[in-house]
Design a protein around this ligand. Structure first.
Ligand code: ASP
Length: 200
C-alpha cells in the first residue's frame, strides 16, 4: 500500500516487487511440509478412485482450511483486514483464491467493518463475501452480527459454500460466524482475551 499505487499484483511481477522491497526469496522446497504432502497424496488417490481429477470439492474429512486472517480496529478508528493462505488442497496451478481478492476474502473500510474470510474460496469470490458484509451494513443498515450471519449461515449454506469469517466493526463489535465444523480463532478487546475452535 505504501510502495506502489496498485491494489493487486500477481505472479512474477508481484515476486519481483517483493524482492525489490526487501523480501527474502526462498526455494519452493522451503514451503514443503510432510503433513500437507500426505493430505495431497490422500486427496489424489481418492479422486483417482472416483475418476475425478483436479476437483475443488473438498471430500477429505481430514482437510482443514489453512488460511490465516486478521482484522483490527485501532484507537484512531482505522479498520484493517489481512488474509494469507496456501489455497485449497489439489488446486489447479495458477488458481487464485479469494484471500488476495479485495471484496471476496478480504475487505476493510473505516465507515463500517473489516472482514477476513476462510473456506471454499470459489464461493467467496462468487458472492463477494467480504464486501457483501460491508454492503449489508451500509445499504441495508444491518448490524455486523446480522450481516455476517446472513452471508455465512444463509447465502453460503444455500449455495453449498463452506467456510467462515472474522470481522470487527467501527464500534469494536466482533463477529466470527462459520458454517464449517470449527474455525480456529482468537480475539482481544479491553478486558477480554479468548481463543476458540468449535461453536461456543
Ligand atoms: N479460502 C482459501 C482459498 O480458497 C482456503 C482457506 O481458507 O484455507 O484459497
Amino acid at each position: 500500500m505504501e510502495k506502489s499505487s496498485h491494489v493487486l499484483l500477481s505472479g512474477r511481477g508481484a515476486e519481483e516487487f517483493a524482492v525489490e522491497n526487501g523480501f527474502e526469496k526462498v526455494d519452493p522446497k522451503w514451503f514443503f511440509t510432510q503433513e500437507r504432502w500426505n493430505t495431497l497424496q490422500k486427496t489424489l488417490s481418492e479422486e483417482k478412485a472416483k475418476g475425478k481429477t483436479g476437483a475443488l470439492e473438498q471430500t477429505n474429512p481430514d482437510y482443514k482450511y489453512g488460511t490465516v486472517g486478521c482484522v483490527a480496529l485501532d484507537q484512531q478508528g482505522n479498520l484493517a483486514a489481512g488474509t494469507s493462505t496456501g489455497g485449497m488442497t489439489n488446486k489447479r496451478w495458477n488458481r487464485l483464491g479469494d484471500a488476495p481478492i479485495i471484496g471476496a476474502g478480504t475487505y476493510a473500510s473505516n465507515d463500517a467493518c473489516a472482514v477476513s474470510c476462510t473456506g471454499h474460496g470459489e464461493y467467496f469470490i462468487r458472492y463477494s463475501v467480504a464486501h457483501d458484509v460491508w454492503a449489508r451494513m451500509i445499504y441495508a443498515g444491518a448490524s455486523l452480527a446480522e450481516a455476517t450471519d446472513a452471508i455465512i449461515h444463509k447465502k453460503l449454506v444455500e449455495k453449498g459454500g463452506e467456510g467462515g469469517l472474522i470481522a470487527v466493526d467501527k464500534d469494536g463489535n466482533i463477529a466470527q460466524p462459520f458454517n464449517s465444523e470449527g474455525m480456529y480463532r482468537g480475539w482481544t478487546k479491553p478486558g477480554e482475551r479468548k481463543v476458540a475452535i468449535f461453536k461456543e
